[in-house]
Design a protein around this ligand. Structure first.
Ligand code: ACO
Ligand code: PYR
Ligand code: MG
Length: 365
């Protein structure tokens, strides 16, 4: 609960006539947040055919859209959203930064025009709870004026040192908070990190094996090195802050479109640490994110076996059992339920996965 609002006011609408804030953020699958530039005609033309193939389509208005194209991007998004039936696919937008000359027009144009279709507004370069409070109040006023009946949710990008320092208060700043994404490019610049890539690792960030001495006492130069994950600390902080506030963490962009293997590895690290999805900048990254952020058939089989073992013969999930030589108990049951519940959510939107998960046979023992 943020300190700036008393608990009794936290779930009150911030404008007369605005929709009631949600008490719980719905866990809708969002394995890939696919970015498109609505001012780019070729990309925009691809949007209708992407509907149903990706969990989230995001009309980007901020960085990567030329300054001269900001108005065209905003108008393009209104046109695309108005003319497209998004079916099961969510529609998000990334607005311009709060100190930019474009953001006010972004919000005052988009909410009245397509607020009924927008699920989430992504806010870049969020520094603290005050940034979320500003967007929160403005959205409430615009929703009230537009007569919307459900609140538009807010997603913050973690891409400044101050934002990372304030990550817990950002997550708890509003009942609209849906999630956080890592912004590795701006964050690296703001921290004065010496990297030049958009996400991913760096070959210089490594640990080296200790020197080994051969039997005649000579030191071997053959020492293995292991590249480390530059983003581990930030993602871990983000995951904890999100879990504490019941919202979702996401890995952000992986800029090396031509390296799908490293992209998949980076996404998988984030998945294993607790993230629910990542950004896709190019159509080739959508299947990578969908694959990584969907638990494998093997993991679901194992998870269901653990659940079955602990609930066998009317068991209530407490106590300990042995399965394949390993101890399973109340805590491992909870871990397995995370995967089982995720499989159920994904089955509701992905018929192929539904079939795969449904075909899993769980053997006894
Ligand atoms: C740090 C950050 O803020 S990250 C977030 C901001 N960045 C972005 O949003 C970048 C989004 N992506 C892009 O701009 C582009 O994908 C680029 C610039 C990276 C590469 O674009 P291109 O050089 O055109 O890629 P490529 O030639 O492989 O594209 C193949 C086709 O896919 C289309 N395409 C490329 N990216 C996308 C996309 N994100 N969505 C839809 N279609 C796309 C191209 O228009 C092209 O269409 P065509 O076959 O009709 O000619
Ligand atoms: C994601 C983003 O905006 C960044 O890395 O800067
Ligand atoms: Mg950025």
């Amino acid at each position: 609960m943020p300190s700036s609002r008393s608990p009794k006011d936290f779930f009150r609408p911030l404008a007369v006539g605005a929709p009631q804030p949600l008490r719980e953020i719905p866990a809708r699958p969002s394995r890939a947040i696919h970015f498109f530039d609505p001012s780019n005609e070729k990309m925009a033309a691809k949007v209708p055919q992407l509907v149903g193939t990706v969990d989230v389509l995001l009309g980007n208005l901020e960085d990567a859209v030329k300054a001269d194209n900001k108005v065209a991007a905003r108008e393009g998004l209104v046109r695309i959203a108005s003319g497209t039936d998004f079916g099961p696919t969510q529609l998000w937008t990334r607005i311009n930064a709060l100190d930019s000359p474009w953001v006010l027009d972004d919000l005052t144009t988009l909410v009245p025009a397509i607020g009924d279709k927008l699920d989430v507004v992504m806010v870049p370069k969020v520094q603290g709870a005050e940034d979320i409070a500003y967007v929160d109040r403005l959205l409430a006023q615009l929703e009230a004026r537009a007569g919307l009946d459900r609140p538009i949710l807010v997603h913050a990008i973690l891409e400044t040192a101050r934002g990372v320092a304030n990550v817990e208060e950002i997550c708890g700043a509003s009942p609209r908070m849906q999630g956080l994404s890592l912004g590795p490019a701006d964050l690296a610049a703001d921290r004065r990190m010496k990297t030049t890539r958009v996400g991913g690792g760096h070959p210089g960030y490594l640990v080296r094996e200790d020197p080994r001495r051969t039997s005649d006492g000579v030191e071997s130069n053959d020492r293995a090195t292991y590249q480390q994950d530059l983003w581990h600390y930030t993602i871990a902080r983000m995951v904890d802050a999100c879990a504490m506030h019941g919202i979702s963490p996401y890995y952000g962009p992986f800029g090396d479109i031509g390296d799908p293997v490293a992209c998949e590895d980076q996404f998988r690290n984030a998945f294993l640490l607790g993230c629910v999805g990542a950004w896709s900048l190019h159509p080739t990254q959508i299947p990578i994110a969908h694959r990584v952020f969907s638990p494998s058939v093997e993991d679901i089989r194992h998870a269901r076996r653990v659940v079955a073992a602990l609930q066998r013969d009317g068991g209530d999930g407490t106590g300990a059992v042995m399965l394949d030589g390993k101890m399973e108990d109340d805590a491992s049951l909870k871990q397995c339920l995370v995967l089982v519940e995720l499989a159920e959510q994904l089955s509701a939107v992905d018929p192929e996965l539904k079939e795969k998960y449904a075909a899993i046979e769980v053997s006894d023992g």
